[in-house]
Design a protein. Structure first.
Length: 435
């Protein structure tokens, strides 16, 4: 149309829903129009729509109508449904006067005859076809009158599985650490895993792929909170991911993931809190991932954590994602308690110089391996880099606690265990004892 247009043909049409649905599925083409027409539109609405549009053209644009044509093979008759007010009372469980039921149906566009033959309005012809449908129309108006009663329960059966109890415990730990639970979409526009499952007929391009990670949804949620001006953002999600399995159905795994302001330290604190709460040993190794900051990424047996790459979200953000099943794997089915040792411990500190690539966690693990049963604790309390240890090397200070359940260890016994640890570090990592 242009400024020179003088004739306009206006069409108001109605389309058959089943054909639209089948064509949309066959072509894998989902549009706003297909979503509308496949659900069914009142066929009687085409004529008043055309009249209204024509009147607007006449009143607002100075148009002059020249004629009209109405083409159809007969519009469907309005359904007529027999209705019994007493039947509605029994189903609803309330006494609703017949006159009130008639008034309710009249107000909703139904034509109620003297013998309770109800003619359905054209815009409800597809979903009101039985008497029970009319009962529902009455019920939804008087629903607020239904008295509130507790269900009768004579016995309670069933219990939570160990994994369900573990998941609830994780939620409690993270909430106690200041996190708020978030719910993000299971369907995403894309996924970092090239093998992620793509829906053959998605509702939209924004929900086309089954997610293999929870982090992308949490990053987007954190960005929304930042834009809204919120601060001290700490979010977690405990939900399923859908991993490619090579079969028709994916491998559904429970994951716990989180994002928090504060960088690597925030993520590490959350991971340590979850492991400490369930007394699960935490063994950390270096790793590198595209979505994590170089040099600030770590992995455990259950997953990964670190500082989010600055290109993904402004600021310093810590993120983690752990597999729930792998996280609870070290938990024993039966907990066996050990008596508290009453004999005093022997505490010693050592500092060893090792190559920069040697992980502190590997030093602690080797200390436990070489220290034997008498070594009760080994933890790193200082890491030094400087001229005194040389370029490409670092000094790691480890606090050692030796203790026996049946006697007080002598200095000689503690020194012997310490020497075994030092010898193992020298042999495996080329360590140099500094103090």
């Amino acid at each position: 149309m242009s400024d020179g247009t003088t004739e306009v043909l206006l069409e108001a049409a109605n389309f058959e829903p089943i054909g639209i649905l089948r064509t949309s599925e066959r072509l894998a083409l989902r549009t706003e129009g297909s979503n509308k027409w496949e659900k069914g539109v009142d066929p009687y609405a085409a004529e008043p729509a055309a009249v209204l549009a024509s009147r607007l053209l006449v009143d607002l644009a100075g148009a002059e109508p020249t004629g009209s044509v109405d083409v159809h093979e007969g519009l469907p008759e309005r359904p007529v449904v027999s209705f019994r007010p007493e039947r509605a009372d029994r189903v609803i469980g309330l006494d609703v006067a017949p006159d009130e039921q008639r008034a309710i149906l009249d107000s909703l566009g139904f034509d109620v005859g003297e013998s309770w033959d109800v003619t359905v309005p054209t815009w409800r012809a597809r979903d009101v076809i039985r008497e029970i449908d009319l009962v529902e129309e009455v019920a939804r108006v008087v629903l607020d009158r239904v008295p509130m009663t507790m269900p009768l329960r004579r016995a309670v059966a069933g219990h939570l599985t160990p994994e369900q109890r573990f998941r609830r415990g994780l939620e409690d730990v993270l909430v106690g650490a200041g996190f708020s639970e978030a719910y993000t979409w299971s369907l995403t526009p894309s996924d970092p895993d090239p093998g992620a499952l793509r829906l053959p007929d998605p509702m939209s391009g924004e929900q086309a792929v089954l997610r293999t990670t929870l982090l992308h949804g949490l990053v987007e949620t954190a960005a929304v909170n930042v834009d809204a001006g919120n601060d001290c953002i700490r979010l977690f999600e405990l939900a399923r991911v859908y991993l490619p399995s090579g079969e028709q159905l994916p491998d559904e795994r429970w994951r716990v993931a989180g994002i928090a302001e504060g960088g690597f330290e925030a993520a590490r604190a959350a991971v340590e809190a979850m492991h400490d709460a369930f007394h699960v040993p935490l063994v950390v190794r270096r790793t590198s991932l595209d979505h994590l900051h170089p040099g600030k990424a770590a992995e455990t047996d259950a997953g990964r954590f670190g500082e989010l790459h600055p290109t993904l979200l402004d600021g310093r953000w810590g993120v983690f994602e752990l597999d729930v099943e792998q996280l609870m794997a070290p938990l024993p089915e039966r907990i066996l308690y050990v008596d508290v040792i009453t004999y005093p411990p022997s505490r010693q500190d050592i500092a060893v110089a090792v190559a920069e690539e040697v992980e502190a966690g590997a030093i602690v693990a080797l200390a436990h391996e070489a220290g034997g049963a008498e070594l009760r604790e080994a933890r790193v309390f200082d890491v030094y880099r400087g001229d005194q240890v040389g370029e490409g090397r670092k000094s790691v200070a480890v606090h050692l606690v030796f203790q026996a359940p049946d006697r007080t260890l002598t200095d000689e016994e503690a020194n012997t265990a310490r020497d075994r640890i030092v010898a193992a570090l020298v042999d495996r990592f080329g360590a140099e004892l500094r103090a």
